[in-house]
Ligand binder design. Structure first.
Ligand code: PMP
Length: 778
């Protein structure tokens, strides 16, 4: 629904954390908010009065698109007075905040795929804004020991022919690091010889301490000025964040482009705010000096306090109002059962344990640190640091060494792939020859699986597929002497081919091209085994979730949306039931009995099952996994995102429920030992599921009714509209071949099966596991 580019970005973490802090305060919690990104001083009186005057004088209409001339002039005067920089009126634009200026610059400068160098730690908005303009953010880390400043060597190494611009935030949010004149000159020397622009975000330029001499990058010479776009605004220097006035100065052509974009977006910045800002910029500047003196006092206090906390290092910033201390010595430590693993975990821990809001360094591109803002009262700072220091003292090395590393393989292909199941013998030969050409001795895995007595050989160049294959199935005995019943080639890395599955029934050959995901391989193997075993042994496969109660088996069969998983794990929560199989069983009939077999040694289980069966989580920790989500960007759980309750944000390294495509190879015996799992059961009941609010809970079906529903494989009941799953004959997506002859065979088998088992149409919309128990446990 939402575009790719927006899907990539997250909301501003500072705003999110501040919102959380505000909400906690509203709940009566005494929270200290050290996450804020704005000065805690009032807007200067003269600016406020000018705003009011503007309203009285009816300056409340659209203004010039690029800002009122008087304000533009005032900006030019400030540039002249503060930095000895001369600009013309067509070289300046006023916008609704420096943030808006930056967005305009990216719109004007960046074509799709062009690179923008962003030194890290960076202000969170830069990479997002570049990505939204379809540019490519190139993050260049700076070092704490270099004072978080970009060196000329690092800059030079990062520039390439695709580089369009570099962002230089001086002084920096979040580190407060500022560049001296000589450091700027060294960077300018590199820029001089390159065809790149410098976006100089100097919004904290006025807020520098200890007589630090701030220089604007554009003031380093005429050549550099031509390549520089200076960004500034009234938010920080005049404590006017809510008024939303920023500005940019640079080459006339770029400013003109920005004005065009602005004319189609915000038209102009707020007229009233422009008059207020005019007064702020051109009036007395002593409020700024007062603010700077107070920030310096607070910075010194915080630094002294932080440095006295054991194992914390804190870089001494020259500007802005942030500290960026390194808290990593406290990672992987534990208090009250919570292990703090990273800066997100630290932020969450401090919020809960210390009732202090800070911003995790990871959101600025440095996970070792956290950002503290000292734009709050001395009293708050004292209280906040006291609390942080107490909370840190509680963090201890965990007693039990817990496994942190997941055994997780991320595959390129995530979902099912298209299947062509009616490949001719000729095409099969050509495909096999092609596959053989790609299987080199150095990269070749082969293993015979015994799936319900059918031997299937896998030949692959994907070690992950081989790994999962060996975990999933029982081995075929005497491998060397066996002639497999069927062969599967799974070959990845063939240039120019789409992911595809092919099957030739005559020769029982399957071919998987360019899919490294285990799902399609398992599905093909099952389809192939069904095809073989139906003819060989006269058995059939039933797709569903099966359990055993006292030697008698039941199977739940139904399309997505019929709450199969809920019902199933609901039953397993009762000790009377043993897990049989989670996806498919193979059945054979003899002497009036139906023997059902779980053919898988380990179960390929979607890990989001933890939602209904939390007991599985520690078992997944020790299983081989596929596509477990480790980054929030990959999360597919809209519900969690909506509630803004993400365990990855709280410092977890992974989430089992974030994606329906994440699987684990679970040993079913781990769930409850021998007593809780059986490989064989005698099938007694088939529950065909539907989910609607009105039908009766359970109806016993006549054989012909059951057969018709099974054959149609349709979604039953009101949920149909919600889950328009394609009808699948016999609810079986692994069927592979759906030729008429094959379906006729299926019909014969199910017809026979239904002679022996009892079939119910069960409505999960009105009934739960207890109703099934009533039928089964008599
Ligand atoms: N640049 C930096 C480095 C900032 O920290 C901020 C505000 N947090 C801005 C720009 C945006 O300021 P404005 O309020 O003018 O949009």
């Amino acid at each position: 629904m939402i575009s790719e580019k927006v899907n990539q970005i997250g909301a501003s973490p500072t705003l999110k954390i501040s919102a959380k802090a505000k909400a906690m305060r509203a709940d009566g919690i005494d929270i200290v908010d050290l996450s804020v990104g704005e000065p805690d001083f009032p807007t200067p009186e003269n600016a406020k009065a000018a705003g009011i005057r503007a309203i009285q004088q009816n300056f409340t209409k659209y203004t010039e698109n690029e800002g009122i001339p008087a304000l533009k002039k005032a900006v030019l005067s400030r540039m002249k007075e503060d930095y000895e920089l001369t600009y013309e009126m067509n070289q300046v634009i006023i916008s609704p905040g420096a943030k808006a200026s930056l967005f305009l610059i990216f719109q004007v400068l960046i074509d799709e795929g062009e690179e923008v160098i962003i030194p890290a730690p960076y202000w969170v908005t830069y990479p997002m804004a570049v990505a939204l303009s379809k540019g490519k953010p190139v993050i260049v880390p700076t070092k704490e020991e270099n004072g978080f400043l970009l060196t000329p060597e690092e800059l030079k190494a990062a520039i390439n022919p695709s580089t369009k611009a570099i962002i230089l935030n001086n002084p920096s949010n979040p580190t407060g690091a500022a560049y001296t004149k000589s450091r700027l000159e060294a960077l300018a020397e590199v820029i001089q010889g390159e065809d790149v622009f410098v976006i100089a975000d100097e919004i904290y330029g006025q807020l520098v301490y200890d007589d630090f001499e701030f220089r604007s990058f554009a003031s380093l010479g005429e050549d550099i000025k031509k390549k520089t776009i200076v960004v500034n605004g009234v938010s920080k220097s005049y404590s006017m964040t809510g008024w939303r006035i920023g500005y940019a100065l640079g080459p006339a052509e770029i400013i003109d482009g920005m004005a065009k974009v602005q004319s189609h977006s915000t038209s102009n910045p707020c007229s009233i705010s422009q008059y207020a800002s005019l007064e702020a910029l051109s009036g007395q500047q002593h409020e700024v000096s007062r603010m700077v003196a107070e920030f310096q006092r607070r910075r010194n206090y915080c630094l002294r306090r932080l440095k006295s906390i054991p194992n914390i290092s804190c870089f001494e910033p020259q500007g802005a109002f942030y500290l960026f201390p390194n808290f990593s010595a406290y990672y992987n430590k534990e208090a009250n059962g919570t292990v703090v693993r990273n800066s997100y975990g630290m932020a969450y821990y401090l919020l809960r344990e210390a009732r202090v809001a800070i911003v995790p360094g990871d959101s600025f591109g440095n996970d070792a640190c956290i950002r503290l803002s000292y734009a709050t009262s001395m009293e708050n700072l004292e209280k906040g640091i006291d609390r942080i220091s107490e909370a840190l003292a509680k963090l201890k090395i965990p007693k039990k060494i817990r496994r942190v590393a997941l055994n997780n393989t991320v595959t390129r292909v995530k979902k099912s792939v298209p299947v062509e199941a009616t490949v001719t013998a000729k095409m099969r030969d050509a495909l096999v020859a092609e596959m053989d050409g790609h299987l080199t001795p150095e990269n070749y895995y082969e293993w015979n699986a015994n799936i319900s007595g059918v031997i299937v050989q896998l030949r692959t160049n994907v070690s992950h597929l081989s790994d999962f294959w060996i975990e999933n199935w029982y081995p075929a005995q005497l491998e060397a002497d066996l002639e497999p019943h069927g062969i599967i080639y799974a070959v990845d890395g063939i240039v120019g081919r789409e992911p595809r599955v092919f099957y030739n029934s005559e020769t029982k050959t399957g071919v998987i091209v360019n899919s490294d995901n285990y799902g399609p391989l398992r599905s093909l193997a099952l389809g192939m085994v069904m095809d073989i075993s139906e003819r060989l042994f006269g058995g059939c496969a039933v797709r569903g979730m099966s359990a055993d109660a006292g030697g008698k088996g039941l199977i739940l069969v139904g399309p997505p949306g019929t709450r199969k998983t809920d019902l199933f794990y609901g039953l397993l929560g009762d000790n009377s039931f043993r897990l049989h199989a989670n996806d498919i069983v193979f059945v054979r009939q003899s002497g009036g009995r139906v023997s059902a077999e779980c053919v898988e040694r380990k179960l390929y289980l979607p890990t989001n099952t933890v939602e209904v069966f939390p007991r599985l989580a520690p078992l997944f920790d020790n299983s081989k996994c596929e596509n477990i989500v480790t980054h929030k960007e990959d999360c597919r759980d809209a519900e969690c995102l909506r509630r803004d309750d993400c365990r990855l944000d709280r410092g977890s390294l992974f989430c089992y429920k974030a994606s329906p495509e994440a699987h684990a190879m679970l040993d079913p015996y781990w769930i409850g030992g021998k007593a809780a799992h059986t490989k064989r059961t005698e099938l007694n009941w088939v529950f065909l599921l539907r989910n609607d609010p009105i039908s009766p809970a359970a109806i016993k079906l006549r054989k012909d009714e059951a057969l018709r529903i099974l054959e149609a494989g349709e979604s039953a009941g009101a949920k149909k509209a919600l889950s328009p799953a394609k009808p699948q004959p016999y609810y079986n997506p692994h069927l592979l071949l759906t030729t008429e002859e094959r379906l006729e065979l299926q019909k014969v088998y199910f017809d026979r099966l239904l002679d022996t088992v009892t079939c119910y149409l069960f409505n999960s919309g009105v009934a739960g596991p207890d109703e099934i128990k009533k039928i089964v446990l008599v």
